[in-house]
Design a protein around this ligand. Structure first.
Ligand code: PLP
Length: 387
């Protein structure tokens, strides 16, 4: 056998998002393709992490994270109406990405199918493939990204083992409503499925929409693996702090896999987040949502003027815009045309659908950007619209 990469290496091939970032640098464009969230880290979070290094929090932590962080996460969850025991039901890992990968290793066998709503977040698909699980898709219908109970049934087979609910969702910005979550809950109960959640954008909610955590819904705790993290909320994507909440039956093994792959999330940064969560002013989250709503509105207005009607997101910080009028035979060609002609990079719609043609007339913009960059990107888009 000649030397070669593994068959699984396909799961980690250069993603379209990273590709577009490279193309953007090459073209000297403004990068609205990647969710880098380069807004300021709250001061108390920064200071607490710095102090933690001096206080000696520099060694491996327990497999499920530092007690300080698990306790403050339990308090945070309690404020949201979720009771979770910090000794056994909360696992800290390397970002929500680390939690999901560990959960898949702990709970899925090769060939198990997991239902994803599309447009989807590409890492969910790749993570499933990396553990030899098989993604199945429920394609949500525009304009409101809806689905029916029949859609769920159609995606199910005898091998279906779980369903992923990302709310607020990347890239659609959809916030799952209570009635939809109830449909998913009934479906999961009927067919004995796990529910994975990805609630990383829980505080990025607009226009009075409310994030409902599936963890708050009755009768589901045994089957839910609730996943979130602080990457986005505190603008600390590089710190790698996320957590999972689930029944103790699953948590320990999930934590053992997290230990195997990551050993632990960075110790002083766990302290930074723990103290940050306890000390952050109560109005921080509301202000964050307001700040991002203003960014959303600015970006949507610029897209309208550029002739790309936006699907106005209810949450998260991405906008899928209609590229019907942009020349190109594929969504990639359209995104490249836009980059070349306007100097703004976006992610072609095909990155979010299992059938590339479903994303043909969509491109995704991220507005988690510093105001000056966002202003310049909007000016460029408007200028493009005037051509
Ligand atoms: N989940 C979704 C839906 C995301 O969009 C992202 C980042 O873009 C992540 C998870 C990554 O989160 P973390 O930094 O906690 O791994």
């Amino acid at each position: 056998m000649p030397l070669s990469l593994s068959r699984k290496s396909e799961c980690v091939m250069q993603s379209e998002i990273r590709n577009m970032s490279i193309e953007c640098t090459r073209a000297g464009g403004i990068n609205l393709s990647q969710g880098v969230c380069d807004t300021d880290v709250p001061e108390n979070v920064r200071r607490a992490a710095q102090a933690a290094i001096d206080e000696g929090f520099n060694i491996y932590t327990r497999f499920d994270g530092l007690k300080e962080l698990r306790n403050s996460l339990a308090r945070k969850l309690q404020r949201q109406g979720i009771t979770a025991n910090p000794e056994g039901e909360i696992i800290v890992s390397a970002g929500s990405t680390g939690v999901f990968y560990s959960a898949c290793l702990a709970l899925l066998n090769p060939g198990d199918e997991v239902i994803l709503f599309e447009p989807y977040y590409g890492y969910h698909v790749s993570t499933l493939r990396a553990v030899d699980a098989v993604p199945a898709y429920v394609t949500m219908k525009t304009p409101d990204w809806t689905f029916t109970p029949q859609d769920l049934e159609n995606a199910r087979t005898s091998k279906t083992r779980a369903i992923m609910v990302n709310t607020p969702a990347n890239p659609s910005g959809k916030i799952f409503k209570r009635a939809e979550l109830e449909q998913i809950a009934a479906f999961a109960k009927q067919h004995d499925l796990f529910i994975f959640t990805d609630e990383i954008y829980e505080y990025f909610v607009y226009d009075g929409w409310e994030h409902i955590s599936p963890l708050t819904m009755p009768g589901l705790r045994e089957r839910i693996i609730g996943i979130s993290g602080l990457s986005k909320t505190f603008s600390i994507t590089g710190w790698r702090i996320g957590y999972g909440v689930c029944d103790a039956k699953w948590a320990q093994t999930l934590g053992y896999f997290s230990d195997l792959v990551y050993v632990c999330a960075p110790s002083p940064l766990q302290i930074g987040v723990a103290r940050g969560l306890d000390e952050i002013p109560a109005d921080y989250y509301g202000k964050l949502a307001k700040e991002y709503q203003a960014k959303r509105d600015k970006c949507c207005a610029a897209l309208e003027k550029a002739g790309m009607t936006p699907h106005v997101p209810q949450g998260a910080y991405y906008i899928l815009a209609d590229t019907t009028r942009i020349p190109g035979k594929t969504s990639k060609e359209k995104a490249m045309h836009l980059l070349k002609e306007s100097g703004v990079a976006s992610v072609p719609g095909e990155a979010f659908f299992h059938r590339p043609e479903d994303g043909l007339n969509l491109t995704r913009f991220c507005y988690a950007k510093q105001p000056a960059d966002l202003d310049e990107a909007c000016r460029r888009l408007e200028r493009y619209g005037r051509r």
